[in-house]
Ligand binder design. Structure first.
Ligand SMILES: [Zn+2]
Length: 221
């Protein structure tokens, strides 16, 4: 790779113009294809938001995320490269891998918050450590888990699931507000809380599945 291709600024927005590997013509650093020779371009270093043409923010339009992802995925579909050179096929596959990675990181709000904090230099899961250091959070999670463990009917487990889901929604609202206000401390603390709440929702679903639904009860989600 030449020096021009490495000219990338800090947070990962591709900077300006680079040279096409095939015809050496000038192209935008985030272009998938050269608009002179139409050769597919290798993935260049950029953050996941830039990869999908989105601004760096927590409150993204997920329908827009989907549109951008699927449009790029179509452009990189292997069928389109069946008659191209092995090098172009390999480059298109590399692009598709980077695109999928960006999409996976951004579509789920917990992973999006975690990634956004990482971009800002905050690691919410240092060394894979799962110990809760925040006493308030620890107390809350212990109480919620005790409540779930005590749920001994389908109705009680459903009630705990609803409660856990309400906490998740409230947590997402707090995270959105904190990012919008530039309050990274709160965003970090709340993202750690969300991680435990998401696990709690999973556990509540598992717990509820232990109890058979009553025969004539209406279907519940
Ligand atoms: Zn070219």
């Amino acid at each position: 790779m030449n020096d021009v291709a490495h000219k990338i600024t800090g947070a990962g927005q591709p900077d300006g113009i680079v040279a096409c590997w095939s015809c050496n013509g000038p192209i935008a650093a985030d272009a998938l294809f050269c608009n002179t020779c139409w050769a597919v371009q290798p993935p260049r270093p950029m953050d996941h938001f830039a990869r999908l043409g989105l601004d760096i923010r927590f409150a993204i339009d997920t329908a827009e995320l989907d549109r951008r992802y699927f449009a790029r995925q179509r452009q990189l579909h292997p069928d389109r490269f069946a008659t191209r050179t092995p090098r172009e096929r390999a480059i298109s596959q590399n692009q598709a891998v980077c695109l999928n990675e960006a999409y996976e990181a951004l579509k789920d709000p917990l992973s999006r918050a975690t990634y956004l904090l990482k971009l800002r230099g905050i690691d919410t899961n240092p060394d894979g450590c799962n110990t809760i250091k925040d006493p308030t959070l620890l107390m809350e999670q212990m109480e919620l888990r005790e409540g779930l463990a005590a749920a001994d009917t389908r109705e009680a487990a459903t009630q705990m699931l609803r409660e856990a889901e309400a906490h998740v929604n409230q947590s997402l609202a707090h995270i959105g507000g904190a990012f919008a206000a530039g309050d990274l401390d709160t965003a970090g603390r709340e993202t750690t809380r969300l991680k435990y709440l998401v696990k709690l929702v999973d556990e509540a679903r598992t717990r509820r599945a232990c109890f058979a639904p009553a025969a004539a009860a209406p279907a519940q989600s």
